[in-house]
Design a binder for this molecule. Structure first.
Ligand code: GLY
Length: 475
């Protein structure tokens, strides 16, 4: 007689394709029969289809999510949270206090993503050698705009204008402006600075030249379980041009690090994150940092990695390079995170490539490329049938995750404003994974969607490798 699997109820808090990928990973469990309850920003067709119950809470307000969870208290074993906004707003604190279920994400206190200023100060204490020079401009410290401007320009003199301007509060990567990329004159820089300064503190830090990578680790409060490194593509258009976005795609290689990194870079990253972890953990254990509290962006220079920022949740798209390749049962990984016994996570030695499609308004595509927009297709339904058939033929080597898409009353799904849908291709090497991801993308119809064509391309990766060689020679 076949024994019935143990039933587990999970609340998934979802924003975009990352939420669909988390749900998919839970449902692939061989060890548990998962009933998923999804609190979502909109009627995501994937989440509706595969959850036991789906509720739309557009603001992802913790109190509303907690009310929904309280009604399902008897069915729920734990919750897992993808997006930063509810984490920063204290969703875990509220769910644990009001509903009494364990939650996989950091508490409000340890969501260090909420303040870039606090992050820089923390890095300065634990790893000053990898922290770029920075200065904080706090509106409370200035009596007049001319004082701020004078101080700012003095700092620009010191750094020869080679700076990055970042708001203290998270802005999904979009508040960041970099000299030479987003502005080329001091007056443009000042305009960008002021747009952020009106809202709160701003950091102006040394611009670092190098190649970016993303480090992620699961954490049970006692141990850090690092995941293979990924590369995100932040800029909207091919050749890393155009506005910043949430990320148009990403790749991982079949090993632990990326083609432009070496073993020493990877070990250095690990040791830096370990130092941050130990500072926040203290001696023993601190369950408040459970989840993915260390999704850290690094920039690789001729003298090794420097630290850019620390997010408090899984990366979107970066976690989608990893979840489909977990060898461990993801529900078991979650239970071990809750128990404090997650010492490591096993991931297949395969490459993966994520590529996003987005609507013409996203990343200002239609403003930059008005002639490329297929006007007759704008606002038409997004058809995933062919791509899903292809995915089932590929048997796990291709996954399709709807993101900013909404299932409407006519039974069809439409693109909203953000990244619409992504495909995850898996292969023995990056180029094979890319081919699968692009094949999936090509099979998606409707909505006049567009995508970057150079995500994980041989040419892009060779340029990263060549860039790193030049930087290392310069030292
Ligand atoms: N890939 C960028 C982010 O998740 O913030």
């Amino acid at each position: 007689m076949v024994e019935a699997l143990e039933r587990v109820g999970v609340l998934v808090v979802s924003y975009g394709s990352r939420g669909a990928a988390i749900l998919d990973s839970l449902l692939r469990s061989d060890e548990y029969d998962v009933n998923a309850y999804v609190a979502d920003r909109q009627r995501n067709p994937f989440n509706i289809r595969f959850s036991k119950e789906h509720v739309v809470i557009p603001s992802l307000d913790p109190v509303e999510i907690s009310r929904f969870a309280a009604r399902r208290r008897e069915e729920l074993d734990f919750a897992i949270v993808g997006p930063e906004k509810p984490i920063i707003a204290g969703l875990r604190d509220i769910l644990e206090a009001e509903v009494g279920i364990p939650v996989i994400c950091p508490t409000r206190k340890y969501a260090i993503e909420k303040s870039k200023v606090a992050q820089r100060r923390l890095f300065q204490e634990v790893a000053p050698e990898v922290n770029p020079r920075f200065k904080v401009f706090n509106p409370e410290d200035y009596g007049s705009l001319s004082d701020v401007k004078a101080d700012l320009f003095k700092w620009l003199d010191e750094l020869n204008d080679e700076v990055a301007v970042k708001p203290d509060a998270p802005a999904a990567g979009k508040g960041v402006g970099v000299w030479g990329d987003h502005f080329n004159t001091r007056s443009e820089l000042y305009e960008h600075f002021m747009a952020n300064f009106k809202e709160g503190p701003v950091i102006v830090e040394e611009k670092i030249e190098g190649e970016e990578s993303s480090f992620q680790a699961f954490c049970d409060g006692k141990h850090l379980a690092p995941l293979p490194e990924t590369r995100d593509y932040k800029r909207a258009f091919d050749g890393d041009r155009g506005p910043n976005t949430g990320g148009m795609g990403s790749y991982r290689d079949s090993g632990l690090h990326l083609p432009f990194m070496d073993e020493a870079d990877w070990e250095k990253e690990r040791s830096i994150v370990e130092r941050i972890f130990r500072r926040l953990r203290g001696d023993g254990s601190n369950p408040e940092i459970r989840g993915v509290p260390f999704y850290v962006a690094f920039i690789h220079t001729g003298r090794g990695p420097m630290i850019l920022e620390n997010n408090s949740r899984p990366g979107d798209p970066e976690i989608m390079n990893i979840l489909p390749l977990l060898r461990d049962d993801f529900v078991e990984v979650c239970f071990r995170m809750i128990e404090g016994s997650l010492t490591r996570v096993d991931v297949e030695s395969k490459a993966s490539v994520v590529t996003y499609k987005a609507p013409p308004s996203y990343g200002e595509y239609e403003r930059f490329f008005p002639d490329k927009v297929r006007r007759e297709e704008v606002g038409t339904p997004i058809i995933l049938d062919e791509a899903e058939k292809l995915a089932s033929r590929y048997g796990g080597r291709l996954r399709i995750y709807p993101g900013s898409m909404e299932l409407r009353g006519d039974g069809k799904a439409y693109a909203l404003r953000s990244r619409t849908v992504c495909t995850v291709g898996v292969g023995d090497d990056i180029q094979e994974a890319r081919r699968v991801s692009l094949e999936g993308l090509k099979a998606i119809r409707g909505g006049a969607l567009w995508h970057r064509t150079d995500i994980a391309s041989e040419d892009h990766i060779s340029r990263s490798i060549e860039h790193m060689r030049r930087l290392r020679r310069r030292g």
